[in-house]
Design a protein around this ligand. Structure first.
Ligand code: FE2
Length: 376
C-alpha cells in the first residue's frame, strides 16, 4: 500500500529567510585526523586540499581538509585531552560534528535563525588573511551536531583563513563522487516531530516526504522518517526516529553506540554508480550485502532501466523509482568500529525520492549486521 505522502509546499510566496547555496563542507571529529584523511583519500578518492595545525599557528587541533568535486570534508582531531573536541570523541566516537552550509550572508543567517529560536553555537565571526575574508556563524541542531553558516564572499585562498595548502605526494585518483545529496539525522524516541518543527521554524525548511513505521519495518524492527528540504532543494535532511518492533531498531542501536543523537549517514552523489562502486570496493570500502532474491523481482517493480542488471547485482546496488524517474543507491557498512556513521552512494536518474521501495531489503541486510554484533 502506498502511504508515501508528498506534502504541498506552503504558500511559497514568502521570501526564503535562509537562502542556502548548498553544503559547504562536513566536519568530522575523529581520534586521528591524519589517519582518517589517509583513509578517505585511499578508500574514497578524496584529494588533499588544506591543513591547519601547529605549523600554521593552531596549537589546539590538527585539521585536514580534503575535496572531491563539490564534496569537501574536514577531519579534526584535538592535540590534547580535556577539551570539548576530545570530550566529543570520547563520548561519540568518530562522527559528524558540523554540517556547514554555504550562505551569502552569515550574519543574517545567524540573526534569522537565532531570532526564530535557534540556539547560537557561534556568533558571526570574521576570519581574515591576505586572500580575503570568510564570515562564519552557527547554531546547534540535534544532539551535539551543529550547522555552521559559511560566507565566502570573494575569498580566494585555498580553503579559509588559518589553513595552508596541503601538498601531498600521495594522491590516489578520484572515484567520481560529486556532492552531498543529503545527510540523515538519527534522533531519539518521539523526537522526530520536534526536530521537523525546528527545521521548519528556525531554518525555513519544509517536510517533503514522510515515511511511517509501516513503510520502514521488517519482521523485527522499525523506524519513522521525515525528509526536510530547504527552499531551493539544495539541502535535504531526513530525520529518523526509532519505532517499536519485536526487536531493537537500527536507530536505537545507533543512539546507544553514538551515545545520543547524531548524523547516521551522508549520501554522496555520483553520475556513474557502477564505476564509482566498483572502484570503492576495490579500494576496500565495504557495503551491505543484498540477497540475490532482490534482483529476481526488482525490474518488475521499477520497470525498464538503462543499466544492465548483472553489474548492479554483482555490486549490491539497489534500484527504486518514483513519479519523476529512478535512482540507484548502495549503503556502506559503518566506517568506524562503533555501528554509527555510514555512507550512501546515490545516482539519481530523475527520481527525487530516497529509495522507499528498497527499505525492506535494506533493513533486512542491516539487521543481519546488527544481529552479528549482538545488538538486535
Ligand atoms: Fe539516504
Amino acid at each position: 500500500m502506498e502511504t508515501l505522502t508528498a506534502t504541498q509546499p506552503k504558500a511559497a510566496a514568502q521570501t526564503d529567510f535562509l537562502p542556502l547555496q548548498g553544503t559547504d563542507y562536513v566536519e568530522f571529529y575523529v581520534g586521528n585526523a591524519r589517519q582518517a584523511a589517509h583513509f578517505y583519500k585511499t578508500a574514497f578518492g578524496f584529494q588533499s586540499l588544506a591543513y591547519s595545525g601547529p605549523e600554521t599557528g593552531n596549537k589546539e587541533t590538527a585539521r585536514y581538509v580534503i575535496r572531491q568535486n563539490k564534496l569537501t570534508l574536514m577531519l579534526t582531531t584535538p592535540l590534547r585531552p580535556n577539551n570539548r573536541i576530545a570530550d566529543h570523541i570520547y563520548k561519540h566516537g568518530d562522527g559528524v560534528k558540523v554540517i556547514a552550509l554555504k550562505v551569502e550572508d552569515a550574519t543574517s543567517a545567524w540573526k534569522e535563525t537565532t531570532s526564530r529560536g535557534g540556539k547560537s553555537y557561534m556568533e558571526p565571526t570574521t576570519l581574515q588573511d591576505e586572500n580575503g575574508r570568510v564570515v562564519m556563524s552557527g547554531i546547534h541542531t540535534y544532539g551535539d551536531t551543529v550547522h555552521l553558516f559559511i560566507e565566502r564572499g570573494d575569498y580566494n585562498g585555498v580553503f579559509m583563513p588559518g589553513f595552508k595548502k596541503w601538498e601531498s605526494n600521495y594522491n590516489p585518483p578520484e572515484t567520481g563522487l560529486l556532492y552531498v545529496d543529503h545527510c540523515v539525522g538519527n534522533v531519539g524516541w518521539n523526537q522526530m516531530n520536534p526536530w521537523v518543527k525546528f527545521y521548519e521554524d528556525v531554518m525555513g525548511f519544509r517536510n517533503i516526504l514522510t515515511f511511517d513505521d509501516n513503510d520502514i519495518s521488517t519482521e523485527y524492527s522499525a523506524l519513522m522518517s521525515k525528509v526536510m528540504s530547504n527552499g531551493n532543494g539544495y539541502v535535504k535532511f531526513p530525520i529518523n526516529e526509532p519505532a517499536e518492533g519485536k526487536k531493537k531498531s537500527q536507530v536505537e542501536e545507533y543512539l546507544d553506540f553514538y551515545d545520543g543523537e547524531g548524523v547516521q549517514h551522508c549520501a554522496l552523489a555520483t553520475n556513474d554508480i557502477v564505476k564509482t562502486v566498483t572502484d570503492l570496493q576495490s579500494r576496500g570500502v565495504e557495503f551491505l550485502k543484498i540477497p540475490a532474491s532482490y534482483y529476481e523481482t526488482v525490474l518488475e517493480r521499477v520497470g525498464k532501466i538503462d543499466e544492465d542488471l548483472q553489474p548492479l547485482q554483482d555490486l549490491g546496488i539497489l534500484i527504486d523509482r518514483d513519479d519523476e524517474g529512478y535512482l540507484l543507491q548502495i549503503f556502506s557498512k559503518p566506517v568506524e568500529d562503533r555501528p554509527t556513521l555510514f555512507f550512501e552512494i546515490i545516482q539519481r536518474k530523475g527520481a527525487k525520492s530516497f529509495g522507499k521501495g528498497n527499505f525492506k531489503a535494506l533493513f533486512e541486510a542491516l539487521e543481519k549486521e546488527q544481529d552479528a554484533r549482538g545488538n538486535l
